[in-house]
Design a protein around this ligand. Structure first.
Ligand code: ZN
Length: 384
């Protein structure tokens, strides 16, 4: 069972395929080889189109990668196929050319064959490959392990991952490690199979296999990256044979990349704090979205709800109520503000300065908090 999309975090996820007894690998094997079979369930996100399977057990992963992968027929070939290789090399090449000064360092994740980074070596990059069985060459260093299996202390100017992320169960852990292993101005190149290209195909084909945990759409890859503060500087065309993007890290401010789940959790934290810490009246200042979400929050008890007064500076909303609440919205008055155990400013931050000065003039003694700095009687509440 999968409760939310690992790419965009939407909770609108539903089972889209249930295949009984699918062999653990789907490529040709020797006659007589008895390939184990297992049920494969695939879920699809209605938000971004991402598809994924529950994390395979360690036994299944071992059987695939430590045993059956000896039959893998595309060693070095899949990533080397020109329609996949050329756009990747062009993107990575651009990332190399953007660097100035010392030769840029590059880490290729999920790669055991040093010839796959020859294009970057030729452009002057100092290259390291990382993957099980990775072998160094004269020009290329190698780390023989799965990414994340042991900590890498080095930081790289460019990290590249080609046809690897679809095998990785924990996408968030991958991005956290990549962020850690990338210099501040570094570039991250990700390439995965393109589900859209498969869907547009008239040929009867099914993309699911036990070894692939994730099936990315352009939207799911971009939303996943954006959640980890990576914005694309180059991204593949929607119908391209493979899906890829060159990403650089962005600052969280103003990028619209705030994590919705953590925002909802913070809202619940505020509701719990109001339940616990306020014997008196609570005045919400600002009848906007944050106030509506707060009065409808499942954590807010009925008795806390009954103690809420809602004020707003906009005469158009006076006399109305917030959906889900029955207290009439009023203008702020000295009496309301002074009586409140806390005045919680729920208006958007651009109104805070004018609201604060209005409160100061009407009720200088009022206890004022905001949603970002929720303090009750001078004691700031910890973050959830
Ligand atoms: Zn999604």
């Amino acid at each position: 069972m999968i409760s939310h999309c690992p790419a965009c975090l939407s909770e609108t996820v539903a089972k889209c395929a249930d295949i009984y007894d699918l062999p653990l690998i789907l490529f040709p094997v020797d006659p007589g080889e008895d390939v184990p079979r297992k049920r494969l369930v695939v879920y699809r996100c209605h938000g971004c189109g991402h598809m994924c399977t529950p994390t395979p057990s360690l036994d299944v992963r071992r059987a695939i990668y430590e045993d059956l992968y000896r039959y893998y027929p595309f060693v070095g070939l899949e990533a080397m196929k020109s329609e996949y290789r050329e756009p990747a090399e062009e993107c990575i090449g651009q990332a190399i050319m953007r660097r100035s000064g010392r030769p840029p360092t590059l880490l290729e994740i999920g790669c055991s064959d040093s010839s796959q980074v020859q294009h970057a070596v030729d452009q002057g990059a100092d290259c390291t490959i990382l993957g099980p069985g990775a072998k160094p060459s004269v020009e290329v260093k190698a780390v023989n392990c799965y990414y994340g299996e042991r900590s890498l202390d080095s930081r790289f100017d460019i990290i590249s991952s080609r046809f690897c992320l679809e095998h990785v169960s924990d996408l968030d852990a991958f991005f956290v490690s990549a962020s850690h292993n990338l210099t501040n101005s570094g570039s991250l190149f990700i390439q995965v199979p393109n589900v859209a290209a498969w869907e547009a195909d008239d040929h009867v084909s099914i993309p699911f296999a036990h070894e692939h945990v994730h099936y990315f759409t352009r939207q799911s890859l971009l939303q996943l990256a954006q959640r980890h503060q990576f914005l694309p500087t180059i991204v593949s065309e929607p119908g391209a044979p493979s899906l890829f993007g060159l990403f650089t890290r962005t600052s969280i401010t103003g990028s619209g990349s705030r994590d919705v789940r953590s925002q909802l959790e913070r809202l619940r934290h505020v509701a719990r704090a109001l339940n616990m810490d306020h014997p008196g009246d609570i005045t919400l200042y600002g009848a906007g979205l944050s106030a509506v979400y707060l009065v409808n929050c499942d954590e807010l008890t009925l008795s806390t709800k009954a103690r809420l007064t809602i004020v707003d500076d906009n005469p158009a909303v006076w006399g109305r109520v917030l959906p889900g609440h029955n207290t009439v919205i009023r203008a702020a008055t000295t009496d309301i503000l002074q009586r409140a155990a806390v005045v919680l400013v729920t208006a958007n931050p651009q109104y805070h300065a004018s609201i604060e000065s209005r409160i100061k003039s009407l009720a200088p003694q009022a206890h004022v908090s905001t949603l970002s700095r929720l303090a009750v009687r001078g004691k700031e509440l910890p973050e959830p």
